[in-house]
Write a protein that binds this ligand. Structure first.
Ligand SMILES: Nc1nc2c(ncn2[C@@H]2O[C@H](COP(=O)(O)OP(=O)(O)OP(=O)(O)O)[C@@H](O)[C@H]2O)c(=O)[nH]1
Ligand SMILES: [Mg+2]
Length: 219
C-alpha cells in the first residue's frame, strides 16, 4: 500500500504572509539548487510528479507545501546557492528562509539534501546552522548515491558523519531517488521528525565485520 495515499499539493508561498495556517506539524526539505530535493520528495511519497524536478537549477522558486495526511506537511524550499540568480532575488530568499525557520511553530525538523559527491559546502553549513537554530533536529540525505560506487559512497557518509556535532541533533544517510536506496530509511526519518522525535543514527550502509565495506572492495 502507498505510504501516503492522500498526499497532495497544498499551496505555494512566495512571502511569509502566504504560508498556510501554522497548525499541525511540518518538516522542511532544503538543499542547494539541483541537489535533488524535489526528486527526494517524490521518492519518499511515492508520487512521481508531485514536486516538480528539473535539470536546470533553481526550478523550485516558491515554498511548496504538500499535505501527507491531515495536519502533517512537507515543505519544498527554494534551492540556495544558485549563483545565476540576481542579488535582489537571493536577498528575498534569504529573508524568506530566515523568517520561516525563525518563526514557524509547526516546524518539527528539517531534511537537508546534499549531493553525495560534494557535501557540506559553505551554503550547506549555513543551512545546517539555520535549521538547527531552534534546536530542531536535522536529517541529511546524501543523495545521488547511485553516482558513486558502494565504497566511495560509504566513505563519503563517514566523512560527513565525522564532521557533524556529536549531540545527535544532526543525522545522515545515503540516498538515491533513482535506485531507491535509502528511500525507506528516509521515510522512517521523516515520520520520526513529524512525530517530534530525534532520529537514532543507523549504521553506515553495510557495516560488515568481514570487511566488505573496506575501501576498494565492493566499489
Ligand atoms: N543520478 C541521480 N540523479 C538525481 C537524483 N535525484 C535527482 N537527480 C537529478 O538531479 C536533477 C535535479 O533534481 P531536482 O529534484 O529537480 O533537484 P532540486 O533540488 O529540487 O532542484 P531545485 O528545485 O532547482 O532547487 C534532476 O535532473 C534529477 O533527475 C538521484 O538520486 N540520482
Ligand atoms: Mg526542486
Amino acid at each position: 500500500m502507498a505510504a501516503y495515499p492522500e498526499v497532495r499539493f497544498l499551496t505555494s508561498a512566495n512571502k511569509l504572509g502566504q504560508l498556510p495556517p501554522d497548525t499541525g506539524v511540518e518538516v522542511a526539505v532544503v538543499g542547494r539548487s539541483n541537489a535533488g530535493k524535489s526528486s527526494a520528495i517524490n521518492a519518499v511519497t511515492q508520487r512521481k510528479g508531485l514536486a516538480r524536478t528539473s535539470k536546470s537549477p533553481g526550478a523550485t522558486r516558491l515554498l511548496n507545501f504538500f499535505e501527507l495526511q491531515a495536519g502533517r506537511r512537507l515543505v519544498d524550499l527554494p534551492g540556495y546557492g544558485f549563483a545565476r540568480v540576481a542579488g535582489e532575488m537571493r536577498a528575498h530568499w534569504g529573508t524568506l528562509l530566515t523568517g520561516y525557520f525563525g518563526k514557524r511553530e509547526s516546524l518539527r525538523g528539517t531534511i537537508v539534501v546534499m549531493d553525495v559527491r560534494h557535501p557540506l559546502t559553505d551554503h550547506d553549513q549555513d543551512m545546517l546552522q539555520l535549521a538547527t537554530s531552534r534546536d530542531l533536529p536535522v536529517h541529511i540525505l546524501l543523495t545521488k548515491a547511485d553516482k558513486l560506487g558502494r565504497g566511495a559512497a560509504g566513505n563519503a557518509l563517514q566523512g560527513v558523519r565525522r564532521k557533524l556535532p556529536r549531540d545527535g541533533l544532526v543525522t545522515v544517510q545515503l540516498f538515491s531517488a533513482h535506485s531507491g536506496d535509502g528511500v525507506q530509511e528516509a521515510r522512517g526519518a521523516l515520520e520520526k521528525l513529524l512525530d517530534g522525535k530525534r532520529i537514532k543514527e543507523t549504521p553506515a550502509g553495510p557495516v560488515d565485520p568481514a570487511g566488505a565495506n573496506q575501501p576498494g572492495i565492493g566499489g
